[in-house]
Design a protein around this ligand. Structure first.
Ligand code: AP5
Length: 207
């Protein structure tokens, strides 16, 4: 299975990917997690990405395309992968399409998790994650157990999420018609408890 999870910030892409990789047994490739790992390691790429990420802006296409195409070319992706957060612009979608067709493979599905903007700010500002396991929590709806030390992302502020949402609508939403034309776009309602959303995704992937 070669698939992409698309949706606005806080749609639940990371939450759902963690549940789905066990079912499909494919690597979960989160562009945001890769960038955060570069930042933590103090690489040049991480330093360059930081100023875009903290402001809620997109990291330039040339950086992202090289990073992700290099990752999906690795042997563990030979039988499939789940991309989360990439592509996020039309040039990124076209570059992925070209690279895949050059090696004779194609995407099976693009799952669009739809959540209205008015629910996003609460989800994002309440998000916390466990740096040791990557497990995502929410301080109100899915709080971390006592004793688990969690982090709050630097871009999970009201100001940055407003910019991220605006970038989603102006830069990322235009990839939806690209995949609709290819007949592989699957829309999923992302409102409801995570278990219900997981079942919806599995249902569209098996139809
Ligand atoms: P990235 O890390 O990809 O962030 P994002 O797309 O904004 O998505 P999030 O991780 O914020 O949300 P999510 O959909 O995974 O939601 P989650 O499951 O955590 O990117 C960060 C930055 O990196 C970008 O702004 C950009 O600067 C840069 N970047 C990355 N990729 C790039 C690219 N391709 N090109 C250019 N720049 C790039 O859930 C969120 C919260 O909601 C959690 O608290 C969770 O518990 C809760 N929740 C989840 N599901 C539900 C549910 N069903 N009901 C209620 N609450 C729920």
């Amino acid at each position: 299975m070669r698939m992409i999870l698309v949706g606005p910030p806080g749609a639940g892409k990371g939450t759902q990917a963690a549940r789905l990789v066990d079912t499909f047994r494919i690597p979960h490739i989160s562009s945001g997690d890769m960038l955060r790992a570069e930042r933590k390691a103090g690489t040049e790429l991480g330093k360059e990405a930081q100023r875009y990420m903290d402001a809620g802006k997109l990291v330039p296409d040339e950086v992202m395309i090289g990073m992700i195409l290099g990752r999906v070319a690795k042997p563990d992706c030979a039988e499939g992968f789940m991309l989360d957060g990439f592509p996020r612009t039309r040039p990124q979608a076209e570059a992925l399409d070209k690279a895949m067709s050059q090696v004779g493979v194609a995407l099976d599905a693009v799952v669009l998790i739809e959540v209205p903007d008015q629910l996003i700010v609460d989800r994002i500002t309440g998000r916390r994650s466990d740096p040791k396991t990557g497990r995502i929590y929410h301080i109100e709806t899915d709080p971390p157990p006592p004793g688990v030390e969690v982090e709050h992302r630097a871009d999970d502020t009201v100001k940055a999420v407003t910019t991220r949402l605006s970038k989603y609508h102006s830069e990322t939403a235009p990839i939806i018609p690209f995949y609709l034309e290819k007949g592989i776009l699957k829309r999923v309602d992302g409102v409801g408890v995570p278990d219900v959303v997981t079942e919806r995704i599995k249902a569209v992937l098996s139809s």
